[in-house]
Design a protein around this ligand. Structure first.
Ligand SMILES: NC(=O)c1ccc[n+]([C@@H]2O[C@H](COP(=O)([O-])OP(=O)(O)OC[C@H]3O[C@@H](n4cnc5c(N)ncnc54)[C@H](OP(=O)(O)O)[C@@H]3O)[C@@H](O)[C@H]2O)c1
Length: 322
């Protein structure tokens, strides 16, 4: 199967990072990549994260659909991945699957992202000599596609979890399938958490210094990040970790502007692995935990796994002991 990812710009400056020939038909389109015979493109809309979330939703959705149709017709793409906030504006990708114009397969790539994020949380807790059963976790964006899967997997492993979202009715839906000690809140109540995971569609920095307990760990899955570079400098006691990054085998040449060398987003990796496996299915909306487990097995098989924790692409040598 041939794949293409559809992302977007993080901000206006981001556009300068892409070579000029990559800009065509109102999209960023990489040259064709060949991963052991599986072909694909990394592409993106010329909209910033802020524009993705503030322009009229119908307009943004139409741009995603136009891109999917163009990639299918012009580049014979069979499978698209909805990167960054394209999932958030399309009901977890379900809207794209409902459209008749695009007839290929769609995957949000959030399953492997959630799997890798859980690994990053447990790895960071381990490195900091923290026993999760004695710790408080906060998940910001707890009923989002990634946040919901994280809640299902992680709540039972922690002493207490604070599940944070903007809509009380969506938070209460989580109660149907969670086991363990937790509370739900519409407030950004992260200040007592030892480990905070952010997986929101908020298009800029969200956490402020007052939201962070001394020596807390922040696993920041959100793109754009929810803990800013500046805040990392202001609060050197905090260990911020890039959530959702995966190391890829050295033999692959995957130069994606803006990505730290040897790293790729787990959502992109998921769709590459699906294409190699020739799995002709959609993966949109809520994450099926059996599919999430399958993506972990694919990761082991193709050696696209989380080996090293990083903060804004820089290796984290050790996490401070609380
Ligand atoms: N690192 C990676 O490989 C990777 C891969 C995929 C996605 N991502 C990133 O992960 C994030 C989540 O993706 P997703 O697909 O799970 O998105 P999603 O399904 O749209 O979930 C995002 C959730 O964040 C909530 N939210 C937005 N602003 C908030 C705020 N100020 N406080 C609390 N909650 C807030 C939204 O609530 P409402 O529904 O009420 O608005 C929504 O439930 C995005 O930033 C995306 O770009 C990263």
């Amino acid at each position: 199967m041939k794949f293409a990812t559809i992302g977007h710009l993080l901000n206006k400056e981001n556009l300068k990072e892409f070579p000029k020939p990559w800009i065509q038909n109102n999209l960023v389109i990489s040259p064709e990549m060949n991963i052991n015979g599986t072909l694909g493109h990394i592409t993106g809309l010329l909209l910033t994260a802020e524009e993705m979330m503030t322009l009229p939703r119908e307009k943004v959705r139409q741009k995603i659909l136009d891109a999917a149709c163009f990639l299918q017709k012009k580049f014979n793409v069979d499978l698209i991945q909805l990167g960054g906030l394209t999932t958030s504006v399309s009901e977890g990708g379900k809207w794209v699957v409902e459209q008749k114009e695009y007839t290929g397969f769609t995957n949000h790539g959030d399953s492997y992202t959630a799997a890798v994020t859980c690994k990053a949380v447990l790895k960071a807790a381990n490195l900091s000599h923290k026993k999760t059963v004695e710790q408080t976790l906060a998940i910001v964006g707890a009923y989002g596609v990634i946040g919901e899967a994280l809640s299902k997997i992680l709540v039972s492993q922690f002493d207490h979890t604070v599940l944070i979202g903007r809509r009380a009715e969506k938070l209460s839906e989580l109660e149907h399938y969670l086991k363990g000690d937790y509370e739900t809140t519409v407030d950004l109540k992260t200040q007592e958490a030892d480990i905070i995971v952010t997986a929101t569609s908020h298009p800029t920095g969200l956490l402020a210094s007052k939201n962070l307990k001394k020596n807390a760990i922040v696993v920041d899955v959100s793109q754009p990040p929810n803990m800013s570079y500046d805040l990392c400098h202001k609060r050197p006691d905090i260990c911020r970790i890039d959530g959702g990054y995966v190391d890829f085998p050295k033999e692959h040449h995957l130069p994606i502007p803006g990505m730290p060398p040897g790293k790729l987003f787990a959502c992109i990796v998921e769709v590459i692995m699906q294409a190699i496996e020739n799995e002709r299915k959609n993966h949109v909306g809520s994450i099926d935990l059996s599919h999430l487990k399958k993506t972990e097995q694919w990761g082991e098989k193709y050696r696209f796994t989380l080996n090293e924790l990083t903060n804004f692409g820089e290796p984290i040598q050790k996490v401070k002991k609380a």
